[in-house]
Ligand binder design. Structure first.
Ligand SMILES: *[C@@H]1O[C@H](CO)[C@@H](O)[C@H](O)[C@H]1NC(C)=O
Ligand SMILES: *[C@@H]1O[C@H](CO)[C@@H](O)[C@H](O)[C@H]1NC(C)=O
Ligand SMILES: *[C@@H]1O[C@H](CO)[C@@H](O)[C@H](O)[C@H]1NC(C)=O
Ligand SMILES: *[C@@H]1O[C@H](CO)[C@@H](O)[C@H](O)[C@H]1NC(C)=O
Length: 731
């Protein structure tokens, strides 16, 4: 197993600090054990040139839904021999499999703001996919959270393209270092579930480049092997047959050399799709399970009829085989031991190693502490006699572990959303489990899991030293509807959560609220004086309760940050779910916090926000231009960070750039962050480096990136609204 041992990781973490301060894309794909694209193409050409038209088409065609071992398989070729490739969900672990790890979701990985941990997450996941003989992991998702209600936004990395770009790059690098092909998705404009297969996302070219395709450009720089086109239309043409977004932007502008596969059932034509740049149709069928296909015999005939060139099909085959050779899958790849549709027939193959330890750590790293009055946290076990745990959400899932299709229970402890972006839990540590294990024998724990018995909750909480109330908000993918939701129908807590929190706050003056949610929720009770702490652990996977307990009891000092904005009111957000057929992205560049900044709206908890049990000070910011344009402008900002509290802990300094006015950019854009661990009293100088692309805008006239000229400001702070120092520089 190539997952690095914990001891080696410590060394790696130390060694990679210098690398990670730069915030630069990893462009040297050969450094992560994969072949360069050039070398991969040399191997690809030597086999593809011996293939018939039918063999090449077979590589590009899925064998059909529920016909094979994986959620998608390509046709194998004999003489020359090339295997059937196995494609499997999901971005957080192996779907439809036993004895696998069900770790944190993308949104919680992002909340860690920890590049090293995000990369290690990719490594451990891919080590499991490989060990089960899966060639393509269908992840990561870099779908940006446009509207907070969006049903699948929890699979991705939040509302900011730069954060999504970094998290995507690290995940892909981690996955592909294990020899598994990463599939970044869903390209592009798949930002809601409502009418996702029939609506058109209409995005102007500048917004498309600066916001929506930004993470894909970073994925291409990281050498990603595959990109999945989305269900929706883009400017009235289906994404999977959209010449502009596939051929022009992805393959020509970005120089993507891997393959484009369709989302499951997202292909709508033979000739248009092939010519627009689609390289593989998945799972093969026209309508899932119908046994017909737009590729296969249809594609062969289109070539024979001269509607699709033989070169185009050769290019598809080259792209597919090159991705395989780039990840060195020809050098002895395990047989596929999944059996997606006949689970009981799969052999028992154990792949989990000690990944649970890592999941617990990244889960704790993703906990965001939103409020902590009177230093009620961390819990001081010596002063406490009795804690009340209140809410169904502290306990097990009533329908049973994995008791609902693709985790669509909507009740009990929430540790992932629902849909194809899931995996089965091998077990689930609930908050009650985690807190009980950590509390020790002298601390009495009482609990109620009834969310609707408010009197019972009051009674239980009244004489407890501390009452912890648990609540949640869930969401998921379109094909499953839970209580009327896939996109969320409201931004409120589920299962009577607000009333439960209110009721408990009436009788206990040491209330801690813990919310596991797929995204922002409204907090009508937030100003209640008895609510001393609000803890935001996201979607933490199988070790959820342990990760939470690590933070509550102070074994881990929290350093998670919000990867999205929590607003005071629903209408404060700049975009919402729409049931229109035409979705105009009229907020343009003002996605997420940029909308709040531009419109002067105060969020409740801003993007990048999160508290620690210690304090940090920032001093001595300087910014210098080390190279002028021509050779490519480059700017470095330096600052000194001190831990002035009495606990060791990590801070997440964030760098935001304000462009010259003439550039027409939002007030500020995230362009750097680091996770910096400091012992109590320690201080450290840190550099942020900004590349030319990061100081450029997409020029619609020349259709190129153009660096802006004039006075820039770099703001460095602890969140998007907690700026501690600013400095200007001129390019
Ligand atoms: C699953 O099992 C059924 C019944 O044994 C069989 O007909 C089917 O072909 C199997 N499917 C796969 C993908 O193995
Ligand atoms: C593997 O998974 C199966 C099915 O969930 C389970 O019965 C078995 O105990 C697991 N094996 C181990 C070693 O955990
Ligand atoms: C070819 O595509 C057409 C739709 O264009 C479809 O009706 C037909 O079933 C396909 N043929 C095969 C063999 O899948
Ligand atoms: C919001 O939606 C959830 C889930 O459907 C539901 O439980 C809750 O009652 C709704 N809240 C409001 C205020 O409509």
């Amino acid at each position: 197993m190539a997952l690095i041992t914990r001891y080696a990781l410590l060394l790696l973490t130390a060694a990679s600090c210098a690398l990670h301060t730069l915030g630069l894309p990893t462009t040297d794909a050969a450094s992560d054990n994969t072949l360069t694209w050039d070398d991969a193409y040399t191997k690809a050409r030597s086999i593809v040139h011996r293939m018939s038209l039918e063999q090449k088409v077979g590589l590009a065609t899925g064998m059909g839904w529920e016909k094979t071992l994986c959620v998608g398989n390509t046709y194998a070729s004999t003489n020359p021999n090339f295997p059937s490739l196995c494609l499997q969900d999901s971005p957080l672990g192996i779907r439809f499999a036993d004895n696998v790890t069900a770790g944190v979701s993308g949104i919680t990985a992002a909340a860690s703001f920890d590049k090293v941990a995000i990369r290690q997450r990719g490594e451990y996941m891919a080590s499991e996919f490989k060990a089960k003989g899966v060639h393509f992991q269908l992840g990561p998702s870099v779908d940006i959270m446009r509207a907070p209600q969006s049903g699948r936004a929890w699979e991705g990395f939040g509302e900011d393209p730069w954060l999504s770009g970094v998290a995507g790059r690290e995940t892909i690098t981690g996955i592909q270092s294990q020899g598994v092909i990463a599939t970044v998705k869903h390209y592009i404009g798949n930002s809601q579930e409502t009418h996702r297969t029939t609506s058109s996302s209409n995005i102007d070219k500048r917004t498309l480049h600066e916001v929506w395709t930004w993470p894909y450009a970073r994925a291409v720089e990281a050498g990603v092997g595959a990109i999945m086109c989305s269900y929706n239309l883009v400017d009235d043409t289906y994404a999977c047959e959209n010449d502009y977004i596939l051929n022009t932007v992805l393959k020509n502008e970005m120089g993507f050399r891997g393959l484009v596969m369709s989302d499951w059932g997202a292909t709508h034509s033979t000739v248009e799709s092939a010519n627009a740049g689609l390289d593989m149709t998945m799972p093969g069928d026209i309508l899932m399970g119908d046994g017909f296909t737009y590729f296969g015999a249809n594609l062969t005939k289109a070539v024979q009829d001269g509607q699709v060139s033989d070169d185009r099909v050769t290019d598809m085959a080259l792209r597919i085989t090159a991705a395989y050779y780039k990840m060195r899958q020809d050098e002895g790849y395990p047989d596929t031991t999944l059996n997606t549709f006949n689970r009981s027939e799969a052999p028992e193959v154990l792949v989990q190693g000690d990944h649970a330890t890592f999941v617990r750590e990244i889960g704790a790293a993703g906990v965001v502490l939103l409020r902590n009055q009177d230093n009620i946290l961390p819990l001081k076990t010596s002063d406490l006699k009795k804690i009340a745990l209140i809410g169904s959400h502290a306990g097990p899932i009533p329908q049973g572990l994995n008791g609902c299709p693709d985790q669509s229970c909507g009740r009990g402890h929430l540790a992932m959303g629902w849909g194809s972006g899931t995996a089965d839990f091998p077990y689930l540590i609930t908050p009650t489990d985690g807190i009980t294990a950590r509390a020790g024998g002298n601390l009495k724990l009482v609990h109620t899991y009834d969310d609707y018995d408010l009197d019972g909750a009051r009674e239980l909480a009244a004489d407890a030293d501390i009452a912890i109330v648990f609540a949640m908000a869930d969401a998921g993918e379109e094909y499953i509807v839970v209580n009327g939701n896939n996109d969320r129908q409201n931004l409120s807590l589920w299962n009577n959560g607000d009333n439960l929190i209110q009721a408990v706050s009436e009788v206990n003056d040491n209330v801690i609220v813990v919310i596991n949610a797929v995204g922002p929720v409204l907090m009508p009770w937030i100003d209640h004086e008895n609510i001393k702490a609000v803890v935001w652990p996201g979607l933490a996977g199988q070790e959820s309760g342990n990760s939470l307990a690590d933070v509550l009891f102070g074994d881990v000092n929290p350093s998670g940050r919000l990867p999205y904005t929590i607003a005071r009111n629903k209408d404060d957000y700049g975009a919402h779910i729409s049931s229109d057929a035409e979705l105009d992205y009229s907020e343009k560049l003002l996605v997420g916090y940029k909308w709040f900044d531009a419109k002067g709206i105060d969020p409740l908890f801003e993007f990048g926000y999160g508290l620690s049990y210690t304090n940090f000070e920032y001093s001595g910011l300087s910014a210098r231009v080390t190279r002028k344009q021509g050779a490519g402008a480059q700017v470095i900002a330096s600052i000194t960070l001190s831990n002035t509290g009495d606990r060791d802990g990590a801070e997440i300094p964030q760098a935001y750039i304000a462009f010259p006015k003439s550039a027409g950019e939002p007030p500020k854009l995230l362009r750097g962050f680091q996770k910096v661990f400091l012992q109590a009293g320690e201080q450290k100088a840190i550099d942020f480096e900004f590349t030319e692309k990061e100081l450029s805008v997409w020029d619609e006239e020349s259709e190129m990136w153009k660096h802006s000229e004039g006075e820039f400001t770099v703001h460095i702070g602890a969140s998007s609204r907690d700026i501690r120092a600013s400095a200007s520089f001129i390019i």
